[in-house]
Design a protein. Structure first.
Length: 183
């Protein structure tokens, strides 16, 4: 059972049965989510964040994550490649007329963060300790402890993880947070 989970009464989670929450989570007003969602410990989702992609899409924030006001997490979308009709209102009875979709999870590893109005597209991974700065657009993968800026987001600097990891250990979090997740 999760402890210390605070959801604003003005957030909308369309598929709560597809959601798993860790401990110490705060979700602010205006959050809108249509996907499956797994949130680890110490996750804050700021006001007016959206997480979209439908029932087969998924968002994962592994812990110690912050998603700032107005960020967009896109876990599923039409390809807009001329392969057929676009939009969620095309009925299943006419599925052969639909265009190509991209449905891939967006993953935020431990200590990664998204700045105000940042956007992560389907299949994006914010590796451990990475930051997607305000207003940036991520399409793909990042490096651990990297700061990403721009459209498309590019690595602009690296963060020294020593103090963050030391503090997490002192806070009582295990050695598993200290292992590299790089491919």
């Amino acid at each position: 059972m999760s402890h210390d989970v605070v959801l604003s009464p003005w957030c909308e989670i369309k598929r709560p049965h597809l959601c798993k929450f860790g401990d110490h989570i705060a979700i602010d007003s205006g959050f809108y989510c249509t996907t499956a969602m797994e949130l680890g410990d110490y996750v804050h989702i700021g006001p007016h964040v959206s997480c979209i992609g439908g029932a087969s899409a998924k968002f994962v924030a592994k812990g110690f994550n912050n998603i700032m006001s107005g960020a967009r997490i896109i876990c599923g979308s039409d390809r807009f490649d001329g392969s057929g009709l676009t939009g969620v209102l095309i009925p299943d009875s006419h599925s052969e007329l639909r265009g190509t979709h991209i449905i891939e999870p967006v993953v935020m590893e431990e200590f990664s963060n998204m700045g105000t109005t940042a956007i992560a597209l389907p299949g994006s991974t914010l590796r451990k300790g990475s930051l997607l700065t305000a207003g940036s657009l991520l399409m793909g993968d990042t490096e651990e402890w990297g700061v990403y800026k721009g459209n498309p987001a590019k690595l602009v600097k690296k963060i020294d993880p020593e103090k963050t990891l030391r503090n997490a250990k002192e806070f009582g979090y295990g050695e598993d947070l200290f292992q590299s997740t790089a491919k």
